[in-house]
Design a binder for this molecule. Structure first.
Ligand code: ATP
Ligand code: MG
Length: 223
């Protein structure tokens, strides 16, 4: 099995103190993994290590085969194109319409012309936002914005999707669309790492669950 993420005794300190302690874990291809734990347990910090925004102070974090402590900035940017990232608050580009929000990650990855247009429409249909393509982000509801954010994060078919509490502010129906789509993305061959503090989310769609408490992994339970 190819490993997408491997951590070996990784520690992460902030100025304020230790955030992650002695993390060892491995995430392979085609996995759906929950990061579960209360507020402050380290879920976002752990996603930050996987997105190479943070590097461990001691121990190693290997992402897509690269030791993140040795990666040069330029190489980080290159490898990040293989990773989709979703935040709790949808981060869209407010100066352009939804079509061009979706087209941007494609442009950065070298897609253009017909191929890019086709992917934008396909993603928009998948997430039921086709009628919003000519609108600007401020014209969208919170649920629609989060669907656009998911479309942007997944439009280049990343190998790894890192998702941080994307449904915290959404109603049940919008949450369902996001979660169902993430499962479809996983079935199509992307590994999904999904941080949540909600036990209900895991009960409805069980999967491997890594439980954090005070910056430590206290359980890593297969589905
Ligand atoms: N930039 C930072 N500087 C200093 N301390 C930080 C920083 N980011 C997080 N921390 C601390 O690290 C610990 C883990 O925070 P983290 O945001 O990873 O938790 P979380 O599980 O994502 O919480 P939540 O569910 O509230 O989002 C907390 O004690 C937090 O205060
Ligand atoms: Mg968090």
């Amino acid at each position: 099995m190819t490993e997408l993420v491997h951590m070996d005794k990784a520690h992460l300190y902030y100025d304020t103190g230790i955030s992650l302690r002695d993390l060892s874990l491995s995430i392979g291809q085609d996995e759906f993994v929950y990061l579960f734990g209360p507020s402050g347990s380290g879920k976002t910090s752990l996603l930050g290590l996987m997105y190479m925004e943070l590097v461990p102070n001691t121990g190693t974090v290997t992402v897509l085969g690269y030791d993140t402590n040795r990666l040069k900035r330029k190489e980080v940017a290159r490898q990040r194109k293989r990773i989709g990232r979703m935040f709790q608050d949808p981060r869209l580009l407010n100066d352009r319409d939804i079509y061009h929000n979706l087209a941007l990650p494609l442009e950065i990855s070298g897609f253009s012309g017909k191929d890019a247009r086709h992917r934008v429409f396909q993603k928009a249909d998948e997430l039921s936002i086709r009628s919003r393509l000519n609108h600007f982000p401020y014209e969208l509801s919170g649920g629609e914005k989060q669907r656009v954010a998911l479309a942007m994060a997944s439009i280049i078919s990343p190998e790894l999707m890192l998702v941080d509490e994307p449904t915290a502010q959404l109603d049940e129906e919008s949450s369902r669309i996001i979660i169902d789509t993430l499962w479809k993305i996983q079935e199509a061959g992307t590994s999904v790492v999904f941080a949540t503090h909600k036990e209900e989310v895991i009960q409805i769609d069980p999967a491997r669950t890594i439980t954090l408490n005070k910056g430590e992994i206290i359980q890593d339970k297969p589905r």
